[in-house]
Design a protein around this ligand. Structure first.
Ligand SMILES: [Zn+2]
Length: 251
């Protein structure tokens, strides 16, 4: 999973798994609406982030295919009137967050005139408005639409461990036994999102096994096992970063 540090007004998320794309959408939405924490609570734990997680945040709208006139049958496409409604709504200020987000869980069902209407919005997005387009088949999107958007591929095990994770591993091992260096390390690690933390803990175990020997390794491994157990119950990343940073080499 990427860290979403530079999200454009338009983003296309591609991938085979719709749920995977939606969870990436939620993580982007949390970054956009709440990257500095919310009312003093940890990122991901505040009411803003929790609403996003449950898909009930008033400033995150989901645009899906509507029903046909019979009121029962889903249309095969998202039509231009829906995008006109989005255009109207997008100039209204957010309800409670600092930005507004329109999510298209099946952007590849936008028909051509809907895409052209959306293109206008992407070309001149209202201030603080973001469009997140999920597409199993990104080729169904007009090249002009794609070229306006950041493209993210979601999922796929082939993704290599990020440079940031590798560098955190190296620096952690180098910092062991040095309280100040560990504190600096903690400040970096606590900015990770949960997905990155899930990469970091096993990566640290692997790096430690390679770099350390004997007793130090055993107690560090125990610490990392404890962290991995806490990951499974979704302890927040700040807490995990702090646990790792307080590890003391007993020798
Ligand atoms: Zn939050």
């Amino acid at each position: 999973m990427q860290s979403w540090n530079k999200i454009l007004h338009g983003s296309v998320l591609t991938g085979a798994d719709p749920e995977g794309m939606l969870s990436a959408v939620r993580s982007m939405a949390q970054t956009l609406l709440c990257s500095e924490g919310h009312r003093g609570e940890a990122f991901g734990k505040c009411s803003c982030c929790r609403k996003i997680y449950k898909d009930i945040h008033p400033d995150v709208s989901f645009i899906r295919r509507g029903f046909q006139k019979d009121g029962k049958t889903l249309r095969s496409e998202i039509v231009v009137d829906q995008i006109r409604a989005v255009a109207k709504d997008s100039v209204v200020l957010p309800n409670e967050a600092r930005a507004k987000i329109y999510v298209f869980p099946e952007a590849d069902t936008l028909n051509a005139s809907a895409q052209n209407a959306l293109l206008k919005l992407l070309e001149e997005p209202p201030e603080g408005v973001y469009f997140l387009l999920c597409a199993k088949n990104p080729d169904a999107l007009l090249p002009t639409v794609r070229s306006r958007c950041g493209i993210y591929h979601v999922g796929g095990e082939e993704e290599a461990e990020s440079e940031e994770i590798a560098s955190l591993c190296r620096d952690y091992l180098a910092a062991l036994g040095d309280e100040l260096a560990l504190l600096r390390w903690e400040a970096r690690a606590e900015k990770l999102d949960m997905a990155a933390m899930r990469e970091l803990i096993p990566a640290l175990s692997a790096a430690a096994a390679e770099a350390l020997r004997g007793k130090a390794l055993l107690s560090l491994e125990e610490q990392l096992r404890e962290c991995a157990a806490m990951l499974r119950v979704n302890v927040n990343t700040r807490h995990l970063a702090a646990m790792l940073a307080t590890y003391r080499n007993e020798e």
